[in-house]
Ligand binder design. Structure first.
Ligand SMILES: NC(=O)C1=CN([C@@H]2O[C@H](COP(=O)(O)OP(=O)(O)OC[C@H]3O[C@@H](n4cnc5c(N)ncnc54)[C@H](OP(=O)(O)O)[C@@H]3O)[C@@H](O)[C@H]2O)C=CC1
Ligand SMILES: O=C/C=C/c1ccc(O)c(O)c1
Ligand SMILES: [Zn+2]
Ligand SMILES: [Zn+2]
Length: 368
């Protein structure tokens, strides 16, 4: 790593096209600005959004693209106006790295809803450079978008909280769904869903997992602590659970009918959409009118909520269920995530993967 005065050459793993295949990519980072924090990446979680983006499923992907937005790293340098961080601190970075600071969402400290927010990758920074994410040896990030990892939280454990964790914490807080005794449904037991079970259980909720198969039943009930488990294709199970839930956190990443699930909600129940789905979802209006139900959505969480969820996990002794892999496994990892073969979050050990060391070309299979 260089000094404040110099640009840094780093290595990331980038997608080059909509195949989504990642391979080593060398690029430069901006100089550490007055309010910037230079972070050596230690770990980065793999979110389903990384697949949506790398494979251009949202239709706006730019290449080369270094994905990764559940980033935990070590501060190696700070700009002269940075007061909250210093070299050696373990910090984290999530989905956004910039906002306008002037609009209503920014003034209300919900900067994730700023129309001028800057995504941590597949976006353009204020200096005109492409932003690149956490599957990289280092990132330079404005201090506003850096959160300290509290003592008591292992860095690899913190990674899934930067997206999956705060994504479930934020709507539960915003919609007044933190009270003990509530009955919640977690639809889709993946990275976001398993954090949903854990966070909701820590709030004292009765939690029902609604899954596409029975394969995760034992783990959900015995290890994650869910209270009930429904297989969504089992009409009898679903009918028996009608009118029983205060909310559903819907994490399914593909098109799906809503009516099956709306029937599970009680009066005033909320169906909270999380999945990024490019096709219109449909439902008939009586499904929401008869029961005054709401269909809503939520996008990650604010910087304040990110700080809160990290501390919440320390206070509650809450851990994520992760599988740590090296960077040369990232393509297999993405394939496994796509075919629903992950229990429940893959985290790349970036610092332990020596990605700045050129691999032996005679044996490396991932050099495109
Ligand atoms: N709104 C936001 O701010 C955020 C949105 N996201 C989005 O949320 C979604 C989930 O992300 P993540 O948890 O990382 O993804 P995962 O792939 O880890 O989990 C998704 C889960 O949905 C279920 N599922 C997958 N495919 C299907 C299918 N074809 N039909 C029905 N169910 C399916 C599976 O659960 P099961 O086996 O139980 O059926 C799977 O484990 C993605 O679209 C992602 O982009 C992610 C983070 C933040
Ligand atoms: O994983 C985090 C990002 C989620 C996301 C939500 C909505 C949207 O349009 C995206 O492009 C990403
Ligand atoms: Zn994510
Ligand atoms: Zn703004």
């Amino acid at each position: 790593m260089g000094s404040v005065a110099s640009e840094r050459t780093v290595v990331g793993w980038a997608a080059r096209d909509a195949s989504g295949h990642l391979s080593p990519y060398t690029y430069t980072l901006r100089k550490t600005g007055p309010e910037d924090v230079a972070v050596k990446v230690l770990y980065c979680g793999i979110c389903h959004t990384d697949i949506h983006q790398a494979k251009n499923e949202l239709g706006a992907s730019k290449y080369p693209m270094v994905p990764g937005h559940e980033v935990v790293g070590e501060v190696v340098e700070v700009g002269p106006e940075v007061t909250k961080y210093r070299a050696g601190d373990v910090v984290s970075v999530g989905v956004i790295v910039g906002c306008c600071r002037e609009c209503r969402p920014c003034k209300a400290n919900v900067e994730q809803y700023c129309n001028k927010k800057i995504w941590s990758y597949n976006d353009v920074y204020t200096d005109g450079r492409p932003t690149q994410g956490g599957f990289s040896s280092a990132m330079i990030v404005d201090q506003k978008f850096v959160v300290k990892v509290p003592a008591g939280l292992a860095p690899e454990q913190a990674a899934p909280l930067l997206c999956a964790g705060v994504t479930v914490y934020s709507p539960l807080k915003h919609f007044g769904l933190m009270a003990p005794g509530l009955r919640g449904g977690i639809l889709g037991l993946g990275g976001v869903g398993h954090m949903g079970v854990k966070v909701a259980k820590s709030m004292g909720h009765h939690v029902t997992v609604i899954s596409s198969s029975g394969k995760k039943r034992t783990e959900a009930m015995e290890h994650l602590g869910a209270d009930a488990y429904l297989v969504s294709s089992d009409a009898d199970q679903m009918a028996a659970a009608a009118d029983s839930l205060d909310y559903i956190i819907d994490t399914i990443p593909v098109h799906h009918p809503l009516e099956t699930y709306l029937a599970l909600l009680k009066l005033d129940g909320k169906h909270i959409l999380m999945g990024v789905i490019g096709q219109p979802l449909s439902f008939v209006t009586p499904m929401v009118m008869l029961g005054r139900k709401s269909i809503t959505g939520s996008f990650i969480g604010s910087m304040d909520e990110t700080e809160e969820v990290l501390q919440f996990c320390v206070d509650k002794g809450l851990t994520s269920q992760i599988e740590v892999v090296k960077m040369d496994y990232v393509n297999q990892a993405l394939e496994r995530l796509e075919r629903n073969d992950v229990r429940y979050r893959l985290v790349v050990d970036v610092a332990g993967s020596n990605i700045e060391t050129p691999p032996d070309r005679s044996t490396a299979s991932d050099l495109a």
